[in-house]
Each structure stands twice: as structure tokens, then as C-alpha cells.
Ligand binder design. Structure first.
Ligand SMILES: C[S@@+](CC[C@H](N)C(=O)[O-])C[C@H]1O[C@@H](n2cnc3c(N)ncnc32)[C@H](O)[C@@H]1O
Length: 304
């Protein structure tokens, strides 16, 4: 049992990105209800719970059942904690179901966790050879396999270009389409090898692996990640008490652009005031400790 717990912690070890800055901005000790819309392993949630009043309530959502189960084990049974498997685009339904009208602070920490990334069978990474899957929610039918093997050449190129900002998208898709005529592309490394064969060698000088952008693009498309952000932020703000705060961490420019524009739109209507004129970024210390935090951007706003 002891060994099992150690292995699980090692496997799921996750730094809650910029948690000091977030705690400083939302002040959990003053909150009666906090919603963590991207619970994952509960990294931020556990920090909040340490600071919250005993009778204050925390609601955690994730659309990944496995992550939710691990978070639930880590947090343990507590009267004041409700963990729900749900997509954060269903914010209103979740809060209605729990009979909660307004909350004091919310956090969105987009993307996937290290745990999801490292689980070979989830197919998010080409570091090991996993199935081409990439679904955060395993109850959803369409996986990366379906997109890669069934979409038309132009649909696939559009995904790589829009969500990966991949400048060799057409060359990559031509390689994929030619390969899939002979056999379906079933694994992450098969796809990564096709990308490597398609992109010109001169582009290898960039720091990132040539398949990184294609994998990011597919993940975003499979999980419909960008389309739900603006509406979810608006609904989350709608549920905040006056003076309540919303904190949002993004990891790439496509996400951050949506957050920035949505905050501006809400501020123009007088719904919020933006507390971070420029996004906050991790300290050098944090970046050194946790390389995965290096591209994080934190934006925070306060409900009027
Ligand atoms: C970067 S992790 C969050 C890490 C967490 N803050 C922590 O410190 O442990 C992002 C999590 O959000 C979840 N997620 C992403 N999009 C979601 C959505 N639309 N609805 C619900 N959960 C989502 C993912 O499954 C993943 O577990």
C-alpha cells in the first residue's frame, strides 16, 4: 500500500502553476465558494483548501474521469468539497445542480496535465508510442485517429494551420494522406515520423520537435478546446458575486488571445475590471523548477 501511494504521487506529481500569484490575487481565506474549473490532480485546489475557512465550499470540475478519480483520492472525503466530471462549458448546469447561485472566485488552468501527457495510452505524446487518441474525455467518440485518418486533405491542413500555426501544414498533410492510402495511421510515433519526413531539414534547427505543433493542433481539435473558452469565461463571470475574482492561466497565444479579448469585451460592458493590464508570468525560480510553466500567462479580473 505504501509503495502504491509513492508510485501514484510520483506519477501524478504536478506543480500547480503560479499558485502563489493566484492565491495572492483571489485570497482564498476570504472566499465562501471557490470553483476550480480545471481540477486535474487538484494541485491548485489543495493549495486553496489549505487556506479556506472550514465551512467554505470548493467545487472542482474536470472532464477527465481518471484525473478526477486521482484528485478525489488525494483530497479525500470532505463535506465542503464537491468534485464533478463535467466540461466547463456546462458551468451553469453544474452550479444549478449543486444549488449554488453565486461564487467568490474561479480558476481556469487550460490545457492538459503532465499526468495526461505522460500516460502513454492516452496518446497525447510522441515521446513514446501510444495509440492516436488525445481525448481528455474518454466518453467522447472522436479521437485523433478519426481526424488523421478520415478528414479531407484541406480540413486536416486547416487544423494544423489554425491550431498549430504550422507553416508546413500542406506538406505534412500530403505525406499523411499518401501514407494512409496504404494503411491507417494508428500510433503517435507513426504520425510523428511522417511529420519529420515531411518538413524540410532546415526547420529542425528550431528548439521544438517538428511534430510538436501538429500534436498541439490535433489535441485542440479533438477536444474542441478553443471554441468553448469565450463563452465559458462569460458564464463564469455571470456566476461571480460582486467583487469576486476570475483567474485564467493560458499556455499558448491562441488561448491567451481569446482570454484577453473576452476580458476586454466584459470590461467594456462594465461587467469586470481587469486587474492584470499585462498578463503575469512565472518567476525565473518557478520556470527553473518547472519547465512546463515557462509559457504560462495569468490574467485576473474582478466582477463589478
Ligand atoms: C493544466 S491541467 C490543470 C492542472 C490543475 N490546475 C492542477 O494544478 O493540478 C488542465 C485540466 O483541465 C482539464 N480540462 C481541459 N479542458 C476542460 C474542459 N473544457 N472542461 C473540463 N475540464 C477540462 C484537463 O482534463 C486537465 O485535467
Amino acid at each position: 500500500m505504501y509503495t502504491q501511494v509513492l508510485e501514484m504521487d510520483e506519477l501524478t506529481y504536478h506543480y500547480p502553476v503560479m499558485y502563489r500569484e493566484i492565491v495572492g490575487m483571489i485570497n482564498p481565506s476570504e472566499c465562501n465558494v471557490i470553483v476550480d474549473y480545471t481540477l486535474s490532480m487538484g494541485g491548485h485546489t489543495l493549495k486553496f483548501l489549505d487556506l479556506m475557512k472550514e465551512n467554505a465550499m470548493l467545487i472542482g470540475l474536470d472532464r477527465d474521469r481518471d484525473s478526477l478519480d486521482i484528485a478525489s483520492e488525494k483530497i479525500g472525503q470532505r463535506e465542503n468539497v464537491k468534485l464533478v466530471k463535467a466540461d466547463f462549458s456546462k458551468i451553469d448546469a453544474v452550479l444549478d445542480e449543486l444549488n449554488i447561485d453565486k461564487v467568490d472566485a474561479v480558476l481556469f488552468d487550460f490545457g492538459i496535465s503532465m499526468y495526461q501527457m505522460k500516460k502513454i495510452e492516452r496518446g497525447f505524446s510522441f515521446a513514446n508510442d501510444g495509440p492516436l487518441d488525445m481525448r481528455m474525455d474518454k466518453d467522447v467518440c472522436i479521437s485523433a485517429y478519426d481526424l488523421v485518418n478520415n478528414l479531407s486533405e484541406s480540413e486536416l491542413a486547416d487544423i494544423f494551420f489554425r491550431y498549430g500555426e504550422e507553416r508546413f501544414s500542406r506538406r505534412i498533410v500530403r505525406m499523411i494522406v499518401s501514407a494512409r492510402r496504404d494503411w491507417p495511421i494508428t500510433t503517435t510515433q507513426q504520425l510523428a515520423e511522417l511529420v519529420v519526413r515531411a518538413v524540410p531539414i532546415r526547420s529542425f534547427k528550431y528548439k521544438i520537435h517538428p511534430a510538436t505543433r501538429v500534436f498541439q493542433a490535433l489535441r485542440i481539435a479533438v477536444n474542441n478546446e478553443l471554441e468553448v473558452i469565450a463563452d465559458s469565461l462569460k458564464h463564469a463571470v455571470g456566476r461571480l458575486n460582486s467583487g469576486g475574482r476570475i483567474a485564467v492561466i493560458s499556455f499558448h497565444s491562441l488561448e491567451d488571445r481569446i482570454v484577453k479579448h473576452t476580458f476586454k469585451e466584459l470590461a467594456a460592458c462594465g461587467d469586470i475590471s481587469i486587474l492584470t493590464k499585462k498578463p503575469l508570468v512565472p518567476s525565473e525560480n518557478e520556470k527553473n523548477e518547472n519547465n512546463a510553466s515557462r509559457s504560462a500567462k495569468l490574467r485576473v479580473a474582478q466582477k463589478s
